[in-house]
Design a protein around this ligand. Structure first.
Ligand code: HEC
Length: 146
C-alpha cells in the first residue's frame, strides 16, 4: 500500500515538470468586441477566460494536471471564437459561431460546465441568458445587412 502511495506521489511530482505556457496576446482595441456595459460584463465573467486575449488565470494553472486542462480549454476556446479579435472574424464564420453560441448558451453547455463548477459567478441566470440571446440576435441582424 505504501509503495503505491509513494508511486502516485512520485508521478504527481514528475508531471509538474510538464508545464504548458500561458500568455495573453496584446488586445487591439480597434478589432476587439465593443458592446454595451451590461453585455460586456456578462461576456467577461462567463466567456472571456477561454474566448479572449484577456484571460484571468487561476492559481491552478501552475498545477498539473489541472494546468493541462486549462491550457487546452484556452487554446481550443480561442481557436473557436476570440472576442478580442471580433471585428477581424470573417462574416460567414461569425454568423456560424453566433448561431452556435445561441444554442450552447441556451442549453447550458457554454460556459463549459466543469468551469462553472469552480467559477460559480460565471453560471448564467435566465436574465443573463436572455441578455446574451438578444445581443447575439442583434449581431446576427447586423451581419445580414452586410
Ligand atoms: C472554460 C473555458 C470556456 C468558457 C468559459 C467558455 N467556452 Fe466556449 N468553448 C470552449 C472550448 C474549449 C471550445 C472549443 C471546443 C468545443 O467546441 O467544445 C468552445 C467553443 C465555443 C463555441 C464554438 C462551438 C462550435 O461548435 O463552433 C462557441 C460559439 C462558444 N464556445 C461560445 C461560448 C460562450 C458564448 C461562452 C460564454 C457564455 C463560452 N463559450 C464560455 C471553452 C469555453
Amino acid at each position: 500500500m505504501k509503495k503505491i502511495l509513494f508511486g502516485l506521489l512520485g508521478i504527481l511530482v514528475a508531471i509538474q515538470f510538464i508545464r504548458p505556457t500561458f500568455s495573453n496576446a496584446n488586445v487591439d482595441e480597434k478589432i476587439a468586441l465593443q458592446a454595451d456595459e451590461k453585455v460586456m460584463s456578462v461576456l467577461k465573467k462567463a466567456c472571456y477566460d477561454c474566448h479572449s486575449d484577456e484571460t484571468q488565470y487561476p492559481w491552478t494553472k501552475n498545477i498539473a494536471p489541472a494546468s493541462w486542462v486549462i491550457a487546452d480549454h484556452i487554446k481550443e476556446g480561442r481557436k473557436a471564437l476570440n472576442f478580442s479579435q471580433w471585428e477581424a472574424i470573417d462574416a460567414k464564420l461569425k454568423t456560424t459561431r453566433l448561431k452556435r453560441a445561441q444554442q450552447l448558451v441556451s442549453n447550458g453547455l457554454m460556459p463549459v460546465p466543469s468551469y462553472t463548477m469552480i467559477h460559480k459567478e460565471a453560471k448564467l441566470n435566465s436574465d443573463e441568458k436572455e441578455l446574451l440571446k438578444h445581443f447575439f440576435d442583434t449581431q446576427l441582424e447586423k451581419l445580414k445587412t452586410l
